[in-house]
Ligand binder design. Sequence first.
Ligand code: C5P
Length: 276
Amino acid sequence: MRVRAYAKVNLVLNVLNKRDDGYHEIDFLMATANLYDTLDIKKATTNHVECINAPYVKMESNLCYLAWLKLQEMYNLEGCIDIKINKKIPVAAGMAGGSADCAATILAINEMFNLNLSLEEMAEIGATLGSDVPFCIYSTFSRAQGRGEKMTVLNKKLPKFHLVIINPGVALSTPSVFKNHVITNNHGNIDKFLEELTYKDMLKNLHNDLEETAIKLQPSISEIKDYIAKKYDNKVLLSGSGPTILVFCEELDEMYEIYNYAKKKYNKTFFAKDCG
Ligand code: C5P
């Protein structure tokens, strides 16, 4: 079975407070970006999970493999699984690539083994594997609260946008960004975002609480922002906990132009057309 796993982008990410379980209470809006990994999944006689273009991702810690083990145990599934992941979404980049692959695996196994699970049930299983997995199960414009597992599908239409996605090619771990984050009252206004869904209003309301913290830990993020700002005044936003930067574009020509400009300096530059 061949399936696609779409990347996720935060349009607003508010960090409200720190919880006793080590996680943070967050409130955020997420949308699917038109950038995806491709997974080939089949039944096998030995377990094998491989990222064909990111071999350093080990099977034992791969969320797809952990999803298989979890479903196998819960539903007494027989045999083994072979998963080959062709990665396009930058790894450890704040775009939920690992969670997207995990969600795609759960959806595929549900079908391959006729489990007849609902999206809610799969999201619940996914939440035990990672905070972003439930969103990736629904993979549509949604609000998430709690530690990210309390999902509301918004049934609202986002304005169409295109993204230039720039990854500095340096690591920035999600736990370290959250650990270093100082909670403020300066959050994005989610209600306003949802009231005003034109492209121009969306730009005004894009916000990521973690951006300042991520920049402190990884100054290359602000170098990218400066590089873009030298030539373009497009809205630039940190993706998730970083270090990937998103440049929002209304027109395709604009997206290609900024992509070509960014690609000259940053090898790991991608684009995603027709998001939202
Ligand atoms: O749940 P997940 O494995 O995706 O989270 C990775 C890490 O990010 C957590 O171990 C935690 O340090 C941090 N995190 C957090 N609050 C959240 C989500 C993640 O502090 N809501």
